[in-house]
Design a protein around this ligand. Structure first.
Ligand code: F6R
Length: 361
């Protein structure tokens, strides 16, 4: 049942305010400015002994994991990074007892992720799952974890589950942070930010008509570049994946900081750039990158918290706490991918060559 929407992708994009409400529900503890995560199976002493966090997932779940790693580093001050599970399982990685491993998966059935979890467990590592489908293989195999409660996701490409997974990581980062050295004041600040998310998502979705017009323009492009730095970079990666999956337009994501090391050679009027420009301490750096692109007659669409003069167009996203900004910045880019694919007449819910869960090697 598409509930009045023409595609599941559209329906699922519009379900995100409710979905985020669900992942937050019952978990916030105002008394200690932290969150309760019942299924984590990680007591405070264990949480304080973690020396590193390694997050593993594929595709969109890997991108959500990249955002999660940054949140954990920022809020809990634990070194953290994300890696495609599909690479990790083939490289005889050093498995370290002080590292917390986290497997991310919407379906909970992706074979590359499951195989990585099984290999880690075989070597005695502690593995948590950040999973959507309750009781799925990865959820069962993990030592504990967080259900992201996005609800059933039918469209092959992931939208609401991506958003909910990033929120689940914010909860985990806050929990680990408050078990370690994050102050009460910062805990409160993040909780306030989390509580604002559902209304801000609804506000964001109200801009659909304008984004649709932009998409009709960009549908003519043969290739697009997505750039961002630090918090904006995983958002650029995910936006680029979403666009190529549903519209079949070639897209590439690059850290804005790497432009001058090569990709600037590609810039010309026929290669539009989408720049992720959060209003954080890297704003000026991002403006400078846009200037470099403009100087080479490149067209720019900015996704930012305020109108960007260097860009040809700006999609303005509601501002949250810096650490939580990536959560909202992905949403207009889901709409951009959706409307680009619609303008091109693509089979949005079932893109060619793709399957909802990849249960083979
Ligand atoms: C992206 C997409 C894929 C999946 C990937 C992992 O829109 O659908 O990239 O994200 O195959 O799937 P899960 O999260 O089920 O492990």
């Amino acid at each position: 049942d598409m509930g009045g929407h023409d595609t599941y992708m559209h329906k699922e994009i519009h379900e995100q305010a409710d979905a985020v409400d669900r992942v937050l529900r019952g978990r916030i503890d105002d008394r200690f400015s932290t969150v309760h995560l019942g299924g984590l199976n990680l007591d405070a002493r264990e949480a304080r002994q973690i020396r590193r966090v390694k997050i593993l997932g594929c595709g969109t779940s890997y991108h959500a994991g990249m955002i999660g790693a940054q949140m954990i580093e920022e809020l809990a001050r634990i070194p953290a990074d994300a890696e495609p599970a599909s690479e990790f399982r083939y490289r005889n990685a050093v498995v370290d007892p002080d590292t917390l491993y986290i497997a991310v998966s919407q379906s909970g059935e992706t074979y590359d992720v499951l195989a990585a979890v099984q290999e880690l467990k075989r070597k005695g590592a502690r593995v948590l799952g950040v999973v959507n489908v309750v009781g799925s293989a990865i959820a069962r195999e993990a030592d504990g974890g967080i259900y992201v409660h996005a609800g059933p996701e039918v469209c092959v490409v992931s939208t609401k589950c991506f958003t909910n997974t990033t929120v689940a990581f914010a909860l985990l980062a806050l929990h680990l942070g408050r078990t370690r050295d994050l102050s009460v004041r910062d805990g409160k600040r993040i909780i306030e930010g989390l509580r604002k998310l559902p209304a801000q998502i609804a506000e964001m979705l109200e801009q659909e008509e304008e984004i649709k017009k932009l998409a009709q323009e960009y549908a003519e492009a043969h290739s697009m570049l997505f750039i961002g730095r630090v918090r904006g970079y995983p958002v650029a990666r995910e936006a680029s994946l979403k666009l190529k999956e549903v519209s079949y337009i070639h897209a590439e994501a690059y850290p804005a900081s790497e432009l001058k090391h090569g990709p600037l050679a590609l810039i010309e009027p026929a290669l539009p750039t989408v720049a992720i420009v959060p209003d954080d301490d890297l704003l000026e750096k991002n403006r400078a990158a846009m200037e470099e692109i403009k100087a080479r007659s490149g067209k720019i669409l900015a996704v930012a918290h305020q109108h960007q003069e260097k860009a040809d167009q700006t999609i303005v996203v509601p501002k949250n706490e810096d650490e939580l900004d990536p959560i909202l910045m992905g949403i207009p880019l889901q709409l951009l991918a959706y409307h680009t694919a619609l303008a091109l007449g693509r089979d949005i819910d079932k893109p060619r060559n793709l399957a909802k869960s990849v249960t083979v090697e």
